[in-house]
Design a protein. Sequence first.
Length: 246
Amino acid sequence: MNPPGAHAGRPGDPALNPGPRVPSDAMPAGRAALSVAWAGLPMLTLGLATPLCFAAAAIWRRRAHLFLATLAYTGILVLQLAIQPDLRAADAATRDPAETLFTACVLAQALAGCFHAFLVRRRVFDPHSLDGTAANEAAIESVRRSRLLRQKARELAGADVALARELRIGRPDLPRRYDDGGLVDVNRAPAGVLAILPGITTELAARIERVRAETGGFVSAEELSALAGLPPELTAELAEYAIFLR
């Protein structure tokens, strides 16, 4: 574990709180498995599910090429079903052409459909890696996840302070398993950890630690700013990342 103050960024930065990967060049295992299963359905169903596969993808991603593919495979399936009665024809002159056309339809649905599905699999399940926004999406998702974790940690601390202390919420300097989204317990964290709060220099962290010892702690970011004489513009950001366990 890194020592207190080793991080230069905010406690909510992705570098300090890595979250789960979003779809990128290397899809998460679950999404990758789902995409392969989707692409394999045309072959596994001998083409019968091909129109449904592309229809689902078209509705999900709303891409014109997927809608066109759905229409094409639906047309082939309709033709395949339409010529089935001719397969039972008594005369070879009618049955043989029907069998050839039926086989061609099955191959088009199963083989071509499967190949087509694998070809567009990443565009359906992993579009951000193809349009160059994967890193941005990952950063956005990480920030949103950290916000949610901080909210959940605050709710837990409000309901059970003793449990919050036992989980070491707001104490990144101590070994722990609970992810609080980057909170810092201003009433207990050492100066080195206080210094990772937004806008808090080592001098301000030392001042907070000194005032905390004199007053017994703080109850809010507003009180912290007032008692420690912090710049007013820091209050809002401190309220986002600080927690005050008593």
